[in-house]
Each structure stands twice: as structure tokens, then as C-alpha cells.
Ligand binder design. Sequence first.
Ligand SMILES: *Cc1c(COP(=O)(O)O)cnc(C)c1O
Length: 414
Amino acid sequence: MSDTLFEVGVEGTPDQPVRRSKDIAGDVLARMDAVLPRAAGPYPLHAPEIDGNAWDYVKDCLDTGWVSSVGAWVDRFEDMLTKITGARHAIATVNGTAALHAALLTVGVQPGDEVLVPSFTFVATANAISYCGAAPHFVDCEDTGLGTDPGALDAYLDTIGEIHGDCLINRETHAIIRAMVPVHCYGNPSNMRALCDIAARHQLTIIEDAAESLGSTLSGTDGATHTGRFGRIGAFSFNGNKTITTGGGGALITDDDLLARRLRHLTTTARVNDGAELVHDMVAYNYRLPNINAALGCAQLETLDTKLAAKRNLSARYKAAFAGAPGVRYLASPPWGETNNWLCGLLFDDPQARDLVLTRLNDAGYQCRPFWTPLHTMKMYADAPRAPLEMTRRLSGCGLTLPSGAGLMGEIKR
Ligand SMILES: *Cc1c(COP(=O)(O)O)cnc(C)c1O
């Protein structure tokens, strides 16, 4: 938190400075104005930047008629993704949710299983688990990278978990806890090295929800490693609000040849031959990314570095502007990695101050959103198993996301 001891929205303890939510809101507004001049607004939360060769590549699909499930742009898009992430294989999908679903099925998540997942994430992460007939088992996060808290998770699994053979069993529900899905929240890398150790200790498979984190890395002695490469499989999203977009789309990455083959099979209706006959060998999914979306994606990936640089620049400006601000902290990269700055965020000491700032910023043309509503509070997940979720509650009441698009400071050429 901030280093000044301001009691927010509380009637004064006489020996401490009292600063009301209103003062904080005024102060935050002035700092925002210094980064993004209010007069030049309004500023959307995150708008897609349709730049570079997008028009040419999409036009190629329209001119040639290769707009659908067959065509060269998908291969090219997958190839570009392997180069950017360093993974051996990339499989493009219709969206990030489908990617997660296919990943969970492929590592053997079955009806009746439980899968550990942060409550503090977008609903798609838990929904993909539900599609498998499994139950999301919610775990708490930490307030540096906003990802799963490794220490809390390890202690919790020691309490509720029991190893039988090569499976982790939940002592209370008797279900197999098959996997965990760390989420790189708002682009901030989760503490994967610590989480991988815990997964190994408790016989858990990791699927990474890297939907928000294209361009985010974890640091290590041998250089930076892209998010999505620590689990067996990583899943990305290229929805319109993400760092790059294919309109709608997603991708899976893995270094495992066999998993890659299975993922491709499962996401392309399990067709077994290339000939004229249509033979399929299992009930599978039509999850392949259409060619026209991949064409847009190729153009978007060509300028990924420009977009990441523009977002880094914006984030550095926010960081400087909010340094020393009373009652609030700007969320910068965690010490173990580099965020892609998908969504920049502020964390307030006090939920009342957050609420007032949210209203004031939105009224002033800065489109902001409160942090995720914890999934365990939603009615479809009311009965889902869960660890203590103190930090999740605090974050969701005290955080907000700021305008974060790559084009906000005018650096992207159309
Ligand atoms: C966007 C997102 C998804 C889902 O991606 P879609 O492409 O919208 O299906 C999954 N998880 C997280 C954390 C996301 O932000």
C-alpha cells in the first residue's frame, strides 16, 4: 500500500491525518489528467488497434474466397505464435474459452474432478472447467502479481489434500483434484516457478490461462520465458479487448508433441484422413480458428512489439504519476517477471475511495472498471469448493483498471 498512513473515509482518530475519499478522488483525477489530458478524451478502457497489414491480409481472404476453416493464414498465424512464445507447437482456436476447454480435456480432466483456479479471474476460466463436468475449486491470490498465492495454496493443499497413487484427493469431497489453472491476471505473470514446485509436490497438472498475457514473461537465470510455457499447455485469447485481436480467437501452446497432436485432433472434429472421405474417430469439437480471423491475427502479431512498447510507455507514465499518491498504489510488474500491461490497475487502501474514484474517473471520460467480481460469489458457483479467499475479497473491492489501449498516446500508425 502507499507509505502514508491515511485513514480513508473514517472519522478521525485525532493523531492521524484523515483524508476523505473525496480528496483521494480529486488527487487521482489530477494525476490521470497529467498522463492523459482530460480535454483530449474520452479514453476507452481498451480499444483494438487495427493497424499494419490488416486490411491487405483480410482483403486477400475476401478476394480469394478462403475465409473459413481451410487456408494458409492459420498455419502462418500458428507459426508466428511459436516464434513469439518460443513454444514448439501452437494450435489456433475460435476463442480463448474453447482453448481452455480443449486443454483441460486433453490432460484428462473428467466429470467429477476438481480443478484449482483463482476466484479472482474472468468467468471463462471456471466455465471451461465446468464444461468438462468438473468443479472449479477456488483458491486465493496475492496482491503483487494478482495471481494464485503459492504459500497459501501449499499450506491449504497440505490440509485438505491426500496423495493416493499419482492422484491428489480432496479429503472433504473425495474428488480427485486433477489440475490447477493459474491465471496471468491483467497480463501480470503469476509466480509460475513457485506454482510449478507446488504442482509437482501435490501431483497436479498445470494448464496456464494466459488469455490476457501475450507478451508477458517470467525472468530466470537463463533469460525470460513467455507465459504459457510453464504448464503442460498454455491458452491465449485474441478477443477484441485483448492485446492483439483476431476479432474472436484463441490459441494453445505446448512443447509436448503428443499433446499437440491430440489438441489439434480434438479442435478439428477428430478427422482421421486427408482424402475425400469424411472419417472421424471420436466426438470432438469444431474449435479451429477461421482463416479470415487468422489473417487479421497475422497482421496484429507483426506489430505486437510496437503495441507492447506503447503500452509499456503508458504504464511507465502511470507509474511515475501515481508514485507517492496517498491511499493508492499503481500495480507495476511483479519482481519475478514482466507484464504486457494488458490492463493497468490501481489498488486503493479503502473500498469507499475506490468506488468514488471509479465514478469520478468514468464521469471525466476515463473508462475504468472495478476489478473482477470473485467467481465464488456468482450463483452458478455458490456451492463450489474453496480455500479461504481473504485477499480475493480485498482486491475485488479495492482495485480498478485504467484506460490501457496501445493507441492512447498516439504512437500506433494505421
Ligand atoms: C478473455 C479471457 C478468457 C476467454 O477468452 P475468450 O477468447 O473471450 O473466450 C479466458 N480467461 C481469461 C482470464 C480472459 O481474460
